[in-house]
Design a protein around this ligand. Structure first.
Ligand SMILES: Cc1cc2nc3c(=O)[nH]c(=O)nc-3n(C[C@H](O)[C@H](O)[C@H](O)COP(=O)(O)OP(=O)(O)OC[C@H]3O[C@@H](n4cnc5c(N)ncnc54)[C@H](O)[C@@H]3O)c2cc1C
Length: 237
């Protein structure tokens, strides 16, 4: 707070990536997550400078000093500009038997093809992982001498976990595996049931690590293509 104006103010924002750092530790959830950290002295957003009017006069949440209008508000715009840091935790969900899709028995698309019906459920693993994120975000803020601007989300709210399907890295559905009972594709992304059907996209994933998926989608697609070319050469397809 109260930092001096800089020549490059508004030129950009910062974006930091903190990889998972607790591999092979005993925790109450498997796998891990990364943290995407935002903030900085970026161009103020459309509206009222990122909501400063909501905390004006509160000394950054520490104590009420009066204000919220006029000079106080203007001073606070200067005071809080660049003082906020935001955290987004992105973790791996462990696939579970309650999360799957199936053909809807009643709904069809406009061509009469049955639509997909999705079922989705978080488990304690994800809730524990998100609690760990929230505790970690607050610990980092405390270590930096900052003040968390929101209360720790309750257990009942799932510690603030997003609704399933809200984030942008959903994968799977036609997962690969050895058994046709629990998977659609074999290890070559080839359908167990239809030998000349291959899936070369995000469908074959059996899980989604916390990382962005596109490079792995491309690598799997390349591997699948090589397998198809090889099988064709041998006359197997
Ligand atoms: C906003 C956003 C940002 C992202 N940023 C990143 C990133 O920075 N890095 C990263 O690695 N990943 C990122 N992702 C994730 C990545 O884009 C996806 O994981 C990836 O595109 C999935 O590829 P896909 O081929 O499985 O599916 P899609 O790319 O969704 O392709 C599915 C295709 O099927 C078509 N389709 C659907 N139904 C039918 C039908 N009935 N008949 C014919 N065609 C149909 C759709 O039109 C679409 O073209 C991002 C995703 C979003 C939404």
């Amino acid at each position: 707070m109260d930092s001096l104006p800089h020549n490059e103010d508004g030129a950009s924002g910062s974006h930091l990536y903190m990889p998972w750092w607790l591999d092979n530790r005993k925790l109450d959830f498997p796998r891990g997550y990364h943290i995407e950290i935002g903030g900085g002295r970026r161009m103020p957003g459309f509206g009222t400078l990122g909501g400063v009017h909501l905390i004006s006069g509160t000394n950054g949440g520490r104590q009420i000093v009066g204000g919220g209008y006029g000079k106080q508000l203007k001073d606070d715009y200067r005071r809080f500009y660049g003082a906020f840091v935001s955290f987004a935790g992105r973790g791996e969900m462990i696939p579970n038997a309650d999360s799957y899709c199936e053909l809807d028995p009643a709904v069809v698309d406009r061509w009469g093809i049955p639509a997909l019906r999705f079922h989705f459920k978080w488990t304690e693993y994800e809730f524990q992982q998100v609690k760990h994120m929230q505790d970690t975000f607050r610990a980092i803020i405390k270590e930096m001498g900052g003040t968390p601007m929101s209360a720790m989300p309750s257990k009942e709210s799932g510690y603030g976990i997003e609704a399933g399907g809200r984030i942008i890295h959903e994968l799977g559905v036609t997962r690969m595996g050895n058994s046709p009972r629990s998977s659609v594709l074999n290890g070559h992304c080839q359908a167990h049931d239809v030998k000349n059907l291959f899936v070369a996209d995000g469908g074959p994933f059996v899980s989604q690590a916390d990382k962005n998926p596109t490079w792995t989608i491309l690598a799997l697609a390349m591997r699948t293509s090589e397998y198809i070319a090889d099988a064709r050469r041998k006359g197997e397809l």
